[in-house]
Design a protein around this ligand. Structure first.
Ligand code: HPA
Length: 237
């Protein structure tokens, strides 16, 4: 294909599977490949954004880091979809809870992703696009979480441009007031890219900290919650 390798991904044609897991951290991608995949082969190291393809229970699956924020996941997911033929893109990450009922270590599936980013404004649509996940992937993920007895929530999340967000001006409506469960930084851009290309995307997130209580997870707790999420993600990939 004329467009590959891309400026950001050095894989050759056919080296990336149709289903790909997308953690933000490239070292997490390496850990997943080494821990959960059989016969994993590295396909990317450009900018240290490590990517691997291997097998999970006989199914060919890839995993690659995305970096943080809409700009970064926007680049990688665009190239994976348009130039490498990826069809199922599953973001696996962490999020900060915005609600009392969404607790540390629990799993959140982003059915919709609100955003304060300009990423989708650059699509020049005549109104506001509602970024949503693939229903098919969501249904499979919910079934897998139920089967494994993992606590999960399904609903709206916020994909923010800013990790260190400013307090809202007094009296303004908050995302929490609108029922938004948790904040992360990538899902909306991923959902918009997938929508334009007719691909399937889902963001699944473990709650690493709470914006309500100020709690955060220990690295040990994060690891257990992460393994739960990985089992769900790999079973639907
Ligand atoms: N903000 C944005 N992204 C995050 C957060 C947060 O509080 N926690 C984990 N990912």
């Amino acid at each position: 294909m004329a467009n590959i390798p891309t400026p950001h991904i050095q894989a050759r044609e056919g080296e990336i599977a149709e289903s790909i897991l997308l953690p933000g951290d490239p070292l997490r991608a390496k850990y997943i490949a080494e821990t959960f995949l059989e016969g994993a082969v590295q396909f990317n190291a450009v900018r240290n954004m490590l990517g691997f393809t291997g097998f999970y229970k006989g199914k060919r699956v890839s995993v690659m880091g995305t970096g943080m924020g809409p700009a970064s996941i926007g680049i990688y997911s665009y190239e994976l979809i348009h130039f490498y033929g990826c069809r199922n893109l599953i973001r696996i990450g962490t999020a900060g809870s915005m609600r009392e009922d969404v607790k540390i270590k629990e799993l959140v599936f982003g059915m919709g992703a609100c955003t304060d980013s300009n990423y989708i404004k650059n699509f020049y649509l005549p109104g506001d696009f509602a970024p949503i996940c693939s229903y098919e992937l969501l249904e499979k993920a919910v079934n897998a979480a139920r089967e494994k007895g993992i606590r999960y929530h399904v609903g709206n999340i916020l994909s923010s441009d800013m990790f260190y967000r400013r307090p809202m001006p007094e009296g303004s409506l908050t995302w929490k007031d609108m029922g938004v469960m948790a904040v992360e930084m990538e899902a909306a851009a991923l959902y918009a890219n997938a929508a334009e290309a007719g691909a399937n995307a889902l963001a699944m997130l473990t709650i690493s900290d709470s914006l309500v209580t100020g709690e955060s997870t220990s690295s040990e707790e994060r690891q257990t919650a992460f393994t739960d999420m990985m089992e769900v993600a790999l079973s639907i990939a």
